[in-house]
Ligand binder design. Structure first.
Ligand code: FES
Length: 365
């Protein structure tokens, strides 16, 4: 709290009273009315600031008297109105705080004063409502004389300082182990591979349909050409020749049935006695019932059809089963080279009296 500003009348009355008392003391006069000139000179002693060595010149006017009085009544710190004064006062430790009347003139001054207070006062505890970003500055670690003017970086650095005064070791940066050459090359070429992959995907996406279309068209064209070529070619049934030689007559012993050419030419070669003559002839292996292939049973001396059980003698005459007629003979002759020649294009049927045809057998002596 500062004293209220004295009015002009009060100041004048006080000065005059003091001047009168001083005059009376010096002259010893008993006069109660002070002279006007001495009343003007008296305020000089009153208005002189405390500690001033040389007395100031006697005020000549009311304004001078007022200025001297106000100068005497204000605290010394109140006169610090300039910026350097305010900064000097703000940077003082808490014990030397500026007077209440000192006012900060700029934001820089205000910051300087706050920093000075922060350096003097205990650091605020983070648990006392401060945010997590607030840096708690230990009071013991900051010299109050140096607190003023600290920047935020300085305060953070001070906060990181260990209690023993040594700075904390910076966070250890863990570097990855040195990659292998192959991995390094792979890591180095990873972006390039990524770009190539993207390019490959785009090219494949574009080319897939084109390639598929061209492939389909070419395949269809090839198939069409092959079908046309096959259409232009005649259907040929490849069959074994109908006329072939089966060797000399001595290869077929009398009274025997040879099945040597059954699989290849579908004939049996029989050397038998017919009507008192030893002849060789060839029988077709086609059953006269429904066309199955009978089997020669050497033990029973007969041909037995497995389909419906028809039986045929060695001569080819049917004797059992559903077969309606005897087996057929095929063309048979002795060729000029002495070989037996078979001509399957010619058939001889017994019921038609064709077995008597000399072209259906070869006589042997
Ligand atoms: Fe030979 Fe029927 S086909 S018996």
């Amino acid at each position: 709290m500062t004293d209220p500003k004295p009015s002009t009348n009060d100041i004048l009355a006080k000065i005059r009273a003091k001047a009168a008392s001083a005059a009376a003391a010096e002259s010893g006069a008993t006069s109660e009315t002070p002279a006007a000139p001495s009343a003007v000179a008296a305020p000089l002693a009153v208005a002189t600031p405390v500690g001033s060595a040389a007395p100031a010149a006697a005020p000549k006017s009311t304004a001078d008297i007022m200025a001297a009085a106000r100068a005497a009544s204000k605290p010394a710190a109140a006169k610090a109105g300039s910026t350097p004064d305010i900064l000097a006062a703000a940077k003082k430790p808490a014990g030397a705080a500026p007077a209440a009347g000192a006012a900060a003139k700029s934001p820089a001054d205000i910051m300087a004063a706050i920093r000075a207070k922060a350096g003097a006062a205990p650091a605020a505890s983070p648990a006392a409502g401060g945010s997590s970003a607030t840096v708690a500055v230990p009071a013991a670690k900051i010299d109050p004389s140096k607190a003023a003017g600290l920047s935020a970086a300085d305060m953070i650095k001070a906060a990181r300082t260990a209690s023993d005064g040594s700075p904390k070791a910076p966070p250890k940066v863990v570097l990855p182990s040195k990659p292998l050459p192959g991995k390094a090359a792979a890591a180095k070429t990873a972006p390039e591979i990524g770009r190539r992959s993207m390019l490959a995907v785009v090219v494949s996406a574009v080319c897939t349909w084109v390639v598929l279309a061209w492939t389909s068209m070419i395949a269809a064209s090839v198939v069409s050409l092959l079908a046309t070529a096959r259409f232009m070619m005649p259907n040929v049934l490849v069959e074994p020749p109908t006329k072939f030689k089966i060797g000399p007559p001595n290869d077929y012993a009398p009274g025997t049935v040879s099945t040597k050419w059954q699989a290849q030419f579908n004939i049996w070669v029989v050397n038998a006695e017919v009507d008192g003559a030893q002849v060789i002839y060839a029988l077709s292996t086609v059953c006269t019932h429904l066309g199955c292939t009978p089997n020669w049973l050497e033990g029973e001396q007969k041909f037995k059809c497995p389909c419906h059980g028809s039986g045929f003698y060695k001569s080819g005459v049917n004797f059992e089963g559903p077969a309606p007629r005897p087996l057929e003979r095929v063309g048979f002759r002795l060729a000029e080279d002495g070989m037996l020649e078979v001509d399957k294009s010619v058939k001889f049927q017994k019921e038609l009296g064709q077995w008597a045809n000399s072209a259906s057998f070869v006589g042997v002596t």
